[in-house]
Design a protein around this ligand. Structure first.
Ligand SMILES: Nc1nc2c(c(=O)[nH]1)N=C([C@H](O)[C@H](O)COP(=O)(O)OP(=O)(O)OP(=O)(O)O)CN2
Ligand code: ZN
Length: 137
């Protein structure tokens, strides 16, 4: 799909996992300064999530790739992002969608006893526009 090299995160964890995926969704930026982007339009978003940790679960997984895909697709695929409760009262910009994905993955990882960490969410909205979110450190 996206066989692409993403910007790397410096860390000292023993394991690093990356999951690529895409989802289709519509949005609009409800501000006239956004110009044509204030009209409802669609994208095929491309996502790369970077997760790291020092310990694995009983299956030898840092985290199940399929769980990461489900968390994102079940929320965003074939939606109007403006209507999602996850972005209530927020603009559905690439920046805030990337942060929302990061926070959703972070919440899931915090339920796992071996405590992997999400380090980076790369979100491409168009062939020429993408955002990276790494959380507040
Ligand atoms: N900082 C941001 N700027 C813009 C966002 C955003 O989320 N964050 N979003 C938009 C629009 O939603 C639009 O979908 C993307 O804009 P743009 O990159 O201009 O898309 P194009 O395909 O038209 O880009 P070209 O390089 O001109 O082909 C706007 N800005
Ligand atoms: Zn857009």
């Amino acid at each position: 799909m996206m066989q692409q090299i993403y910007p790397q995160v410096n860390h000292t964890y023993a394991f690093e996992l990356n999951k690529d995926m895409n989802f289709s969704a519509a949005h609009y930026i409800p501000d006239e300064r956004a110009g044509v982007c204030s009209r409802t339009h669609g994208h095929t978003y491309f996502v790369n999530v970077t997760i790291a940790g020092n310990h694995l679960d009983e299956m030898g997984f840092l985290v199940n790739f399929r769980d990461i895909k489900s968390i994102i697709n079940d929320t965003f695929d074939h939606t109007l992002i403006n209507d999602l409760p996850e972005l209530k009262d927020k603009m559905p910009s690439t920046e805030l969608v990337a942060k929302t994905i990061f926070d959703m993955i972070d919440n899931h990882l915090n339920t796992l006893p071996h405590a992997p960490k999400v380090l980076q969410v790369f979100l491409r909205e168009t062939p020429t526009s993408y955002v990276i979110y790494r959380g507040v450190r």
